[in-house]
Design a protein around this ligand. Structure first.
Ligand code: WT7
Length: 654
């Protein structure tokens, strides 16, 4: 390390800022005083946020932190999550407001009002009870992005049965291990889902998984595609069984700390962790962040979060946050390129979407496809754009703002995790002058620090480890069945802090820049350089659509930077040799000679997990000339062959 005060080198600089327009600021839900309120009385602030929900019994204490890291929020309070997301809107006279504007991939559409949603959720709750599910029983949901998936989650919440949603792209084995770990009694699924014009069947994976899971008593199956299914004695059709139930159901209030759901995070190594979330604190923070960060206006907005319900983003910002705030939202079943690469923009135009929340990986894909697809649609309904899931490169941010947001929409880059349950670091759209690529600062009520190895807080201009300094309402309450692993994973490096696993830096103005997972840090000649910064520098070159950077063992420098680059649409035939030299120099100019990649490899694709995270480990295998390791978590297993084949013909310089 060249400088003892600097844990991670602060190399890249970004001077552009974008303040909200006066019109946006004037109408915003969150004003600057929100920070002052939270600072003056943090727990009182959270109590106020919590009281925006309907509690059956008010809570007696805001936070019990007497047994860290096991928090209890809103102690003694009782409430029903489904009542808060559905019933109360009908009771307040908004039963006819559309809750969900569903669009299937083949083009089928269905609008569901809050009144209709109440009927559907009530029938499903009655069906679950009839199948023997009672409060505390675990239910696994393995479903496409269809209305019934939301109904199933709310029905579980309504009867106090924690759900565990498993992404429908996961294999039978991944499903089996999650059913088994949670000892689930019921699996809710569908016959199949529509993907890129084809029917992908889901039921066979469930059949295979359930065959070796004795805890499962029944399998409830939605008929989505009408594909052939094998029928067993545990199987029950949704359209027969749920539809025949009474649409009346009286919700019961549960303790604020009653388990709401388990969600397994993949993790790069080891068995998946079942992240446990509970009722009152979780609902408080997702509702608060959804209202203030998205600036949601229930009367006029059309909200669209493009995540899958299989990820935490879908839990917090499709199901619980939006519905608790009485949003009208779009749910789309399929892929962005079905039937053509303008499908999302077609949806935005036809549904009049005003708020769009998506991931950098999608944004960079659209950049790669070319501006003509968004430009062929009227996107003027949009008024706010959000990003989540990984650092967004300044270049992708600027493209998002210009091409999708017409230079008029604030962009909120929201940092959070499955474990945090809700957003933690983000601009407030009517308050913050944003910098492209920065998540800016902790939200009101949230405590964040960046620390060095010894756990000492760092100031502006330095980088280190991102930690959370105060318990927060939506925090995970543990890892299902493994409290020790909860302590070891998140609370052992510095016992007074929650360690998120991410590197981050404060720039000279105190804005927070996320630098990726700390294991994505390279050490070049004693400088710790973040892969994110080098990737951003590459993507800022006009010929680059996407980049992934790894550190490869190097005799001279310890590690050397190796970059894998996808070119923008239309440039596939470019002269590789001169482009490689140009890109290496470009990084040297943007960041400094220390960050100049030893090699730049031009590739057709990058290896990504199903949630869009780049598997740098596999690229490192290539960079270090090893045979390629375990690639079973890749979204597309063929990608590694594609990359290797392409490299034989591409130039690698030096
Ligand atoms: C990890 C959590 C949060 C829902 C989706 C991902 C990375 C997330 C950002 C952001 C930079 C981000 C972090 C974090 N991450 N949002 N705005 N900027 N990095 O949930 O699968 O639990 O992943 O995603 O590395 O730790 P997850």
């Amino acid at each position: 390390m060249s400088d003892a005060n600097e844990t991670l080198s602060n190399l890249a600089h970004e001077n552009r800022t974008f303040a909200p327009s006066a019109e946006f600021a004037a109408q915003a839900n969150a004003k600057a005083d929100l920070y002052d309120q939270a600072e003056a009385d943090r727990l009182g602030f959270w109590a106020t946020q919590a009281r925006g929900l309907d509690w059956e019994t008010d809570f007696a204490e805001v936070l019990d932190w007497s047994n860290p890291p096991f928090a209890k929020w809103f102690v003694g309070g009782t409430l029903n999550v489904a009542y808060n997301c559905v019933d109360r809107h009908v009771h307040s006279g908004h039963g006819d407001q559309v809750a969900i504007r569903f669009e299937g991939e083949p083009g089928d559409q269905r609008n569901v009002t809050y009144r209709e949603l109440l009927g559907e959720v009530s029938k499903a709750a009655n069906a679950l009870t009839a199948l023997g599910i009672t409060a505390g029983d675990r239910v696994v949901i393995y479903m496409p992005m269809i209305v019934e998936a939301v109904v199933a989650m709310l029905a579980c919440a309504r009867i106090g049965a924690p759900h565990s949603v498993v992404f429908a792209g996961f294999s039978a084995e991944a499903l089996r291990s999650r059913i088994d770990d949670a000892s689930a009694k019921l699996v809710i699924t569908a016959d199949g889902q529509n993907r890129r014009g084809n029917v992908m069947s889901l039921k066979p994976a469930v059949d295979e998984a359930v065959a070796s899971c004795p805890s499962v008593n029944s399998v409830l199956v939605v008929k989505r595609c009408g594909n052939d299914v094998t029928w067993g004695e545990k199987d029950v059709w949704w359209h027969e069984f749920v539809e025949s139930q009474s649409p009346e159901h009286t919700p019961q209030a549960f303790d604020s700390e009653h388990p709401l759901f388990i969600l397994y995070t993949s993790g790069t190594t080891g068995k998946p962790k079942g992240i446990l979330h509970t009722t009152g604190g979780y609902l408080t923070q997702v509702t608060y962040t959804h209202r203030n960060v998205f600036d949601l206006k229930p009367e006029t907005d059309v909200f669209w979060c493009t995540a899958d319900i299989g990820w935490v983003t879908g839990h917090s910002y499709i199901v619980y946050g939006p519905l608790a705030n009485r949003a009208t939202q779009v749910i789309y079943e399929g892929t962005p390129d079905a039937p053509a690469k303008d499908r999302w923009w077609d949806i935005v135009e036809r549904h009049g979407v005003t708020i769009l929340y998506t991931a950098p990986t999608a944004i960079r894909t659209f950049m790669k496809w070319g501006d003509e697809f968004p430009e062929s649609h009227d996107l003027s309904s949009l008024r706010l754009l959000g990003s989540v899931g990984e650092p967004i490169n300044p270049e992708a941010w600027i493209w998002y703002r210009r091409v999708i947001g017409g230079d008029r929409c604030p962009i909120i880059d929201t940092w959070w995790q499955t474990e945090t349950g809700a957003m933690m670091i983000s601009p407030l759209p009517g308050v913050t002058a944003t910098k492209p690529g920065s998540a800016m600062r902790a939200l009101p009520g949230i405590g964040v620090a960046i620390v060095d190895d010894a756990g000492s807080p760092l100031g502006n201009g330095s980088g280190g480890f991102l930690v959370l300094t105060e318990p927060w309402p939506a925090m995970l309450r543990g890892i299902w069945g493994d409290n020790q692993r909860f302590i070891d994973t998140y609370w052992s490096k510095w016992p007074q802090y929650y360690f998120a696993g991410d590197g981050a830096k404060f720039d000279d103005d105190g804005a927070i820049w996320l630098l990726g997972r700390v294991d994505d840090v390279m050490n070049v000649s004693g400088h710790r350089i973040s892969t994110t910064e080098v990737e951003s520098a590459l993507v800022s070159h006009p010929s680059v659509a996407e980049a992934a950077v790894v550190g490869a063992a190097d005799e001279t420098t310890g590690q050397a930077i190796v970059a894998f680059v996808i070119l923008r649409g239309g440039l596939e035939g470019a002269d590789g040799t001169s482009l490689v030299a140009t890109l290496r120099n470009h990084v040297a100019t943007e960041i400094g000679p220390i960050a100049k990649p030893r090699q730049v490899m031009i590739v057709p694709e990058l290896p990504k997990t199903r949630s869009g995270k780049i598997l740098r480990r596999l690229l490192q295998d290539i960079a270090e000339h090893r045979s390629i390791g375990d690639s079973t978590t890749l979204a597309d297993p063929a990608v590694m062959n594609l990359i290797s084949a392409g490299l034989e013909s591409s130039s690698t310089d030096d």
